[in-house]
Write a protein that binds this ligand. Structure first.
Ligand SMILES: Nc1ncnc2c1ncn2[C@@H]1O[C@H](COP(=O)(O)OP(=O)(O)OP(=O)(O)O)[C@@H](O)[C@H]1O
Ligand SMILES: [Mg+2]
Length: 290
């Protein structure tokens, strides 16, 4: 890919200054009797780094499936640059929660796979992927197989496969969830640098409050299922952010604000009727459910 300058948005013409890149409005989604999302609103500006944080099973991956056009909401709209989300319009590059590399393909063939799957000729796909290897710290490993890479390198390769599609919105579903804490911190610093360099619009799902504060401009906190955004918190830390940011009192204050929202009993659904397999029928008052 031709390197995209910070502030440019790969894949489409720049939208108007007031038009959100991603606009999720009043989205609801159920699977049979299971209410997963209810009236969820979320908006992301071009070039913004947004984080979505919420309890396990609250519907974060479901939200990404709707934004990417893999699934459709029951109610509400998902707009990317003003147009309804649609898998065929290729507005969104999605790195799913378990993005595995194929063990029998080389790293280069793995990273070119997304482009090939969308119809780019193999030669061109490989050329574009190769162009990113150095920036992704994978130079020299084009011909290696995934088992020959460290965990962090595998995640960077999976991310490269997503980013090389050059789409206006990048969805990253817990990209560092499986990494040890040291590698995870390294990857966070690296991702922050790459985001700044390429000007991507990113939505990151994470369970890790520190990761959200370190990386994001804006943190959207979800309620438990049926999920909605209960609070949107702006992160008041300067860029670029390195490890020094951790020592900034504003860092801890923001972590605390997010934690308070996550623990606030008021964010829990007040008319929750325990009807799914997660909550035993004979213990409806447990798990903080009012
Ligand atoms: N296709 C589906 N059919 C039926 N139920 C589903 C489907 N997809 C998700 N669910 C259910 O919807 C709920 C939300 O799932 P989802 O994967 O979106 O949660 P999550 O917030 O991403 O969780 P985690 O943090 O653990 O990744 C879960 O109870 C899950 O079982
Ligand atoms: Mg998930």
């Amino acid at each position: 890919m031709s390197p995209t300058r910070a502030g440019e948005h790969p894949g489409t013409d720049a939208p108007g200054p007031d038009l959100p890149r991603l606009d999720v409005r009043g989205v609801s989604k159920s699977f049979g009797p299971l209410d997963v999302l209810r009236g969820l609103d979320l908006s992301v500006r071009p070039g913004e780094f947004a984080a979505v944080i919420g309890p396990s099973g609250s519907g974060k991956s479901t939200l990404f499936n709707l934004v990417s056009g893999l699934d459709a909401p029951d109610a509400g709209t998902v707009l990317v640059d003003g147009a309804p989300a649609d898998l065929r319009s290729r507005q969104v590059a999605y790195m799913p929660q378990k993005d595995l590399l194929f063990p029998w393909r080389t790293v280069l063939d793995n990273t070119a796979l997304g482009l090939e799957a969308q119809g780019t000729r193999r030669r061109e796909a490989r050329k574009r992927a190769v162009g990113l290897f150095e920036a992704f710290g994978l130079d020299g490993f084009q011909g290696s197989y995934p088992f020959q890479l460290s965990g962090g390198m595998r995640q960077r390769a999976a991310l490269l496969r997503t980013v090389v599609l050059e789409r206006p919105v990048l969805l990253l579903d817990e990209p560092f969830g499986a990494l040890d804490s040291l590698t995870r911190t390294e990857m966070q610093l690296w991702l922050a640098e790459m985001w700044q360099r390429y000007g991507w619009t990113v939505v990151l799902v994470t369970h890790d409050i520190r990761e959200a504060v370190m990386l994001a401009d804006t943190v959207h906190v979800l309620s438990p299922r049926p999920a909605r955004v209960v609070q949107t918190i702006e992160v008041p830390l300067a860029r670029p952010r390195g490890l020094d940011a951790l020592a900034d009192p504003a860092f801890a204050e923001t972590e605390r604000r997010i934690l308070d929202v996550l623990q606030d009993r008021d964010v829990l659904p007040d008319r929750h009727v325990p009807q799914d397999r997660d909550v035993p029928q004979d213990r409806p008052a447990e798990a903080g459910i009012r």
